[in-house]
Design a protein around this ligand. Structure first.
Ligand SMILES: *[C@@H]1O[C@H](CO)[C@@H](O)[C@H](O)[C@H]1NC(C)=O
Ligand SMILES: *[C@@H]1O[C@H](CO)[C@@H](O)[C@H](O)[C@H]1NC(C)=O
Ligand SMILES: *[C@@H]1O[C@H](CO)[C@@H](O)[C@H](O)[C@H]1NC(C)=O
Ligand SMILES: *[C@@H]1O[C@H](CO)[C@@H](O)[C@H](O)[C@H]1NC(C)=O
Length: 400
């Protein structure tokens, strides 16, 4: 039995590694060439590096330090520099060969600036022209007189990412236009759009301080709706001050997760309440189509809206208070007392089914809790198995 588990674990580890290994890391790629250090630095400062690493089939047009100095000398704000640099990331793969074999000699490509929705009209497009003598020119849509030269290929990973050097910054009046910074003030963001009740709890408990201190490094906040908080109030009152803080911190994750990331990377997520192996305070993220669900062992909540999703801050609304099993062990569907008897009955049946699904993995950490909530179980036992697999893998990673 033990060998079997070990083999299963090894296989699961392999699967997990192969799916979580990022295909590319632009910071790392450019780190090898000091001539691009300023460009590289600004990709990190503007958080574009993360965006680039998450995308596939893209081309990054790097410029050397001298060209970056000319851009910086303009005294643009960081948000504006982000727009300018977004214009240097094409939403298509152009290796050296493709650049020199452009059908009919010219083409145009959308950039990340176009994709952000910040670019008015088609100002986020760049024209690429193959000219005589094997040269390639780049011209921004809204600056037709500029011709920027292709210099060389820095790295090609067909067809994920191509990094090339161009002779100077692509100058786009629209991208360089002053932009107001997005509101990333968590305090004010939390006070609008139906998160007021949650904010009040954060504020009176003092937990808000922990949330605010994580903003710079990236934070994802799941805010239960005002209705959910009101319904939860009697239970909340029963918690000790320390438990209240843990419950609130359980609604924050100390890294930025875009909606796209939540949809594409299902699995366990640590929270601001997590403290070592004993107080795990984690939950499982699982998407059903476009809907992202957060599953504790006690309750399943769904994301119902986005207040802000702008690196490094993401704030989503959820329909239920997340109940960590560390505080609410055994009180399944505790937030829906009216449906309790029926749910409990279903749960028993489902738990049996769950046991069967778990049979091949006797070490599944799920075993100490009598199954999740009823809704989970009806979804699919396959999903449950995957979730269990994630639990095992993540546990293994924690203990290695
Ligand atoms: C990318 O590479 C840089 C520099 O090598 C490193 O500091 C950073 O942690 C890497 N990022 C990821 C997501 O692996
Ligand atoms: C491109 O990305 C995919 C998916 O992440 C990966 O499997 C593949 O190995 C990558 N290709 C290259 C050349 O790195
Ligand atoms: C954030 O917003 C709050 C409330 O609107 C305000 O009191 C605070 O000064 C703001 N913080 C910053 C850094 O702007
Ligand atoms: C609060 O705790 C008391 C005493 O343990 C218990 O009787 C009561 O049912 C609890 N209330 C809720 C809403 O859990």
């Amino acid at each position: 039995m033990q060998t079997f588990s070990a083999v299963t674990l090894a296989v699961l580890l392999l699967i997990s590694l192969s799916t979580t290994t990022d295909a590319h890391n632009i910071t790392h790629i450019l780190d090898k060439s000091p001539e691009f250090s300023t460009f590289n630095h600004y990709l990190t400062l503007t958080h574009l590096a993360g965006e680039i690493n998450r995308r596939q089939t893209i081309t990054v047009c790097a410029v050397d330090n001298a060209a970056m100095s000319a851009l910086i000398a303009k005294g643009l704000s960081l948000v504006t520099i982000k727009n300018v640099l977004s214009l240097h990331v094409f939403a298509d793969y152009f290796g050296s060969k493709k650049l020199h074999q452009i059908t009919k000699g010219s083409t145009s490509t959308a950039t990340m600036y176009q994709a952000t929705g910040e670019a008015p009209g088609t100002t986020g497009y760049v024209h690429i022209t193959d000219v005589k003598g094997g040269k390639v020119h780049f011209t921004p849509e809204d600056n037709p007189t500029q011709t920027v030269l292709y210099v060389k290929s820095i790295l090609e990973m067909p067809y994920n990412i191509s990094v090339i050097q161009i002779s100077e910054i692509l100058q786009s009046p629209e991208a360089e236009a002053p932009t107001s910074a997005p509101d990333l003030n968590l305090t004010s963001l939390l006070q609008k759009d139906g998160c007021k009740a949650f904010y009040d709890l954060l504020s009176t408990s003092g937990a808000i301080g922990t949330f605010l201190s994580t903003v710079d490094g990236g934070v994802t906040v799941f805010c239960p709706s005002d209705d959910a908080i009101t319904a939860f109030a009697p239970k909340y009152k029963n918690l000790t001050a320390e438990e209240k803080t843990s419950l609130l911190l359980y609604h924050g994750v100390p890294i930025y997760n875009s909606m796209g990331m939540l949809r594409s990377s299902n699995g366990l997520m640590n929270t601001l309440a997590t403290e070592g192996a004993k107080k795990k305070y984690d939950f499982t993220v699982q998407n059903v189509g476009d809907v992202v669900k957060l599953k504790t062992k006690v309750v399943t909540a769904a994301i119902t809206g986005t207040v802000i999703d702008d690196e490094p801050v993401a704030l989503y609304k959820i329909d239920k208070v997340l109940l960590p099993r560390e505080l609410f062990k055994g009180t399944a569907e505790a937030d829906e007392p009216a449906a309790a008897p029926k749910a409990a009955k279903k749960k028993k049946k489902a738990a049996k089914k769950g046991d069967n699904a778990d049979a091949p993995g006797p070490d599944s950490s799920d075993d100490d809790y009598g199954g999740g909530d009823a809704a989970d179980q009806t979804a699919s036992s396959g999903g449950r198995l995957v979730a269990s697999a994630f639990t095992v893998v993540c546990l293994a990673l924690v203990f290695v």
